[in-house]
Ligand binder design. Sequence first.
Ligand code: AMP
Length: 229
Amino acid sequence: MVIIMLGAQGTGKGTIAGIISEQTNFPQISTGDIFRKNISEKTELGVEAEQYIAKGELVPDEITVPMVVNRLNQEDAKNGAILDGFPRTTAQAEKLDEILTNLGKKVDLVINLSTPKEELIDRMLTRRVCSNQDCKTTYNIKLNPPKVEGICDKCGAELKQREDDSNAEAINRRLEIYEQQTSPLVEYYDKKGVLRTETVSTSINRMGKDVAEDIVKDIKNSSIKGDEI
Ligand code: AMP
């Protein structure tokens, strides 16, 4: 079963993908996380990608697409995956359809998260991420704080703010790119009949974990039919 997380930055795609992944064993494939790991390890791919990420720009497809193909071909993704952060443009979505067809798969479910813009900016500014690249647990100092300030509950490593979350210019650029280039994917997947839109907002007291729980329940009840679950 292939699931795509769609939604602007700060809607909680990563948190929700993480919960679904734990419950279903489909790996969470986050392009942003793969880039950040490569940046911290100073690999060639990381050095190349960093210049775009720091400014809030998209990393070019020549770098991003082969990285996703490579990840989808790994053994743990054999039965499916949760794509978090890819595709982000119609061109990437078309490319993904091609890649999945070659693997004998298709997009089964697109979870489209919607959150009011004022909340998004606040969530990005208050997001903290575990600096241990093998853990990467995400917190929010207002909505989901760690037990001890600045320390990851799960592994004890230091929590950090993402560079592109601390920079107002990068935040605005990312939201602008989302509106212009990523939001057309809502219609793209709606037409394919695989879109499920969920509002995540403190104003209706519906948070990411509520959405994740409902989706996991539906997957397990097979109301969303996966071949392998
Ligand atoms: P994220 O963690 O998903 O917010 O991604 C962080 C940054 O990584 C983005 O702002 C982009 O610079 C880059 N990035 C992540 N996914 C993609 C993608 N599918 N295409 C291009 N750039 C990406």
